[in-house]
Design a protein around this ligand. Structure first.
Ligand code: RP5
Length: 159
């Protein structure tokens, strides 16, 4: 059973999805992944979302990024949208951020598949101690790296 379902608007969004996959594997959160376009295969999006046993969706899309909103239209489970960079960048960001009232989606930064996976895992962690512990360990790992980086900077500067 998947806790998180990742939906990509196109196979070309895979580099962003890889960031999410890396985090979910690190945290030990079960996930599934599929390509389903809001514009090219709307019926497939509906089928995937309505048939999913996941608790949270991550929807990754670029350009006129309707996918997160369309996923949200078929479920009351949380949806985290990831805008994918392209020629303009603001197009995808605004398409996700500016959802009309009533059907919200969360939006992380441009290409931030990693943050989408962390946010989705934090939602799962509300009712899952193992995921909460994995998130706490990851936070500590990041803090330890900052301290180690600082020590290296000081050492390299010869102070
Ligand atoms: C969006 O259009 C996809 O999410 C992708 O980011 C973008 C380009 O898609 P392809 O033409 O590469 O399939 O729907």
């Amino acid at each position: 059973m998947s806790k998180i379902s990742i939906v990509l608007g196109s196979k070309s969004d895979m580099p962003v999805a890889e960031k999410a996959i890396g985090i979910l594997k690190k945290l030990g959160v079960a996930f599934d992944i599929a390509v389903a376009s809001a514009h090219r295969t709307p019926a497939r999006v509906e089928e995937l979302v309505k048939g999913s046993d996941a608790d949270v969706f991550i929807a990754i899309a670029g350009l006129s990024a309707a996918l997160p909103g369309v996923v949200a239209s078929f479920t009351v489970k949380p949806v985290v949208g990831v805008p994918v960079s392209g020629a303009l960048n603001l197009d995808a960001i605004l398409s996700i951020v500016q959802m009309p009232p009533g059907i919200p989606v969360a939006c992380v930064g441009l290409d931030r598949g990693d943050n989408a996976a962390i946010l989705a895992s934090e939602i799962i962690a509300i009712g899952d101690d193992a995921v909460r512990d994995a998130l706490m360990s990851y936070r500590k790992e990041q803090a330890d790296k900052v301290v180690a980086d600082s020590e290296k900077v000081v050492s390299d500067a010869g102070c």
